[in-house]
Design a protein around this ligand. Structure first.
Ligand SMILES: [Fe+2]
Ligand SMILES: [Fe+2]
Length: 197
């Protein structure tokens, strides 16, 4: 695993600036802690954490061109969210540039900025690690960090609520995938509650 990680890191430093590289290492660190807490495969999580933003420093136009030359057609709402295209391209690059064929890693990377319906353990760990890595700063982060180690689903729900509230307050566009992710997790949580007959 160390050799693989070294190879990926060597390629990643060609693609990312210093701050995005530090962010990626921070995400990897938190994702590994969460993987051990929730019994997820550590190698899978380390690869997803390290590579999730591998396309983040490419210019927007370049990302668009690379997506179309990879045959990826942006659909529906995704067309209106160029700030999320790096995740779609990263899902492709981890296969073509880094040789990672694991479909679960590709999906987790693709949806890391928004979440989605039916999130699996890897999706949740990467989404949350991206929100709470050591370089992030926002008012409720201390609570979210401690919640992440106690109740993963509730932490993802609260991270989504925080993200959605921030985007609304700052007048930024909100992708409906985040709303669907939140509704889905809340619904599953409600259906897990014991019912009084
Ligand atoms: Fe990202
Ligand atoms: Fe990120």
């Amino acid at each position: 695993m160390a050799a693989l990680f070294d190879r990926f890191y060597g390629e990643l430093i060609q693609l990312l600036d210093r701050s995005r590289l530090l962010h990626s290492l921070g995400v990897t660190h938190i994702a590994l802690v969460l993987a051990q807490r929730y019994q997820q495969d550590v190698q899978t999580v380390a690869i997803a954490g390290l590579l999730h933003d591998c396309a983040r420093c490419l210019p927007e136009q370049d990302i668009g061109k690379r997506l179309s030359s990879a045959g990826i057609v942006l659909e529906g709402e995704d067309i209106q969210f160029p700030q999320l295209w790096h995740a779609i391209l990263a899902g492709e690059m981890i296969r073509t540039t880094f040789g990672v064929s694991d479909a679960a890693i590709q999906r987790a990377v693709r949806i890391h900025p928004t979440g989605d319906e039916a999130m699996g353990l890897l999706d949740k760990i990467l989404f949350l690690a991206d929100c709470i890595e050591p370089g992030r700063r926002f008012s409720s982060i201390a609570r979210l960090r401690s919640l992440a180690y106690q109740d993963l689903d509730q932490a993802v729900i609260e991270a989504l609520r925080t993200k959605i509230a921030y985007l609304r307050k700052s007048g930024q566009p909100l992708h409906s995938r985040s709303l669907r992710a939140l509704a889905d997790l809340e619904c599953r949580r409600d259906s897990d509650k014991p019912t009084l007959i």
